[in-house]
Design a protein around this ligand. Structure first.
Ligand SMILES: Cc1cc2nc3c(=O)[nH]c(=O)nc-3n(C[C@H](O)[C@H](O)[C@H](O)COP(=O)(O)OP(=O)(O)OC[C@H]3O[C@@H](n4cnc5c(N)ncnc54)[C@H](O)[C@@H]3O)c2cc1C
Ligand code: FES
Length: 230
């Protein structure tokens, strides 16, 4: 969660995924202990962020919430990543984790200018969709993914990792995935505190004990099957 302005306008921190992080023993000295956020300017907070200067200290808290579940490796089946718009930033680190696996990456955006991170993955495994047809398949990334579904064995336990706009995730939730497949989605929600106190970021789930889960603390990663769309 990043404080985008020192004058507290906007007051609330804004949530972002960590695109890259570099340990304190990273070989390149100038990167040690740094992290990178890949973000899109959409409103007041991100407008302020683009005015950040080189070497300016930025106030942030994190990491917060859970991360993606990583199955035992090597995986018996291909790993599938589906990213819409800037959502692909949160999946990029999975490219490294799954570098020895067979991986298929579907990236979508409205136009070619919205296609990010395609070079973070092996080229032959990246499939691109743009709604205006300016790059790759013309249409949505979900349509593109559906057109390739036959490649994947319904009887093997696939893991699919998803991050993108709500509309994209809702479309995926209407698909009839085989029971053995697990779809892990990283949700985006408007956030207040970022650490579980305000309940401003909840999502309704099928959990009989407690229907509402906090995206900031219980998530942002959920199993798609857990979510109840209202
Ligand atoms: C867990 C998580 C990870 C995220 N990772 C990234 C990332 O890596 N890169 C990135 O660019 N963005 C990411 N986001 C989204 C980012 O938090 C918002 O774009 C940012 O908070 C917008 O702040 P703002 O002040 O610029 O816009 P605001 O002025 O707050 O809003 C501008 C417009 O964007 C809409 N909006 C703002 N936030 C959201 C949201 N979360 N969901 C839907 N609509 C929204 C508003 O309704 C409004 O129309 C992430 C969000 C979450 C919850
Ligand atoms: S943002 Fe406050 S509980 Fe999630």
């Amino acid at each position: 969660m990043v404080r985008t302005s020192e004058d507290y306008d906007p007051l609330l921190r804004r949530p972002f995924s960590i695109y890259r992080n570099y340990s304190t023993s990273y070989p390149m000295k100038d990167k040690r202990g740094h992290l990178t956020i890949l973000y899109k300017k959409v409103g007041k907070g991100t407008q302020k962020m683009i005015t950040f200067q080189k070497r300016q200290k930025v106030n942030l808290i994190g990491p917060l919430g859970n991360g993606f579940f990583i199955p035992p490796l090597p995986s018996p089946s291909p790993i599938i990543l589906i990213g819409g718009g800037v959502g692909i930033a949160s999946l990029s680190s999975l490219g490294k984790i799954f570098r020895h696996e067979q991986i298929y990456v579907f990236i979508g955006g409205k136009t070619k200018n919205d296609i990010l991170c395609e070079h973070d993955f092996p080229k032959r495994n990246v499939f691109i969709a743009t709604e205006d047809g300016s790059q790759g398949h013309r249409g949505t990334v979900v349509e593109l993914f559906c057109s390739r579904l036959r490649r994947f064995d319904r009887n093997l336990p696939h893991h699919i990792y998803v991050c993108g706009p709500e509309g994209m995730i809702k479309r995926l939730s209407r698909m009839n995935f085989p029971q053995k497949w697990t779809v892990h989605v990283s949700l985006e929600a408007r956030m207040g505190c970022g650490f579980g106190a305000c309940w401003g970021c909840v999502v309704k789930t099928k959990d009989p004990q407690m229907a509402y889960h906090r995206v900031c603390k219980d998530g942002p990663v959920f199993s798609l099957r857990e979510i109840l769309w209202e």
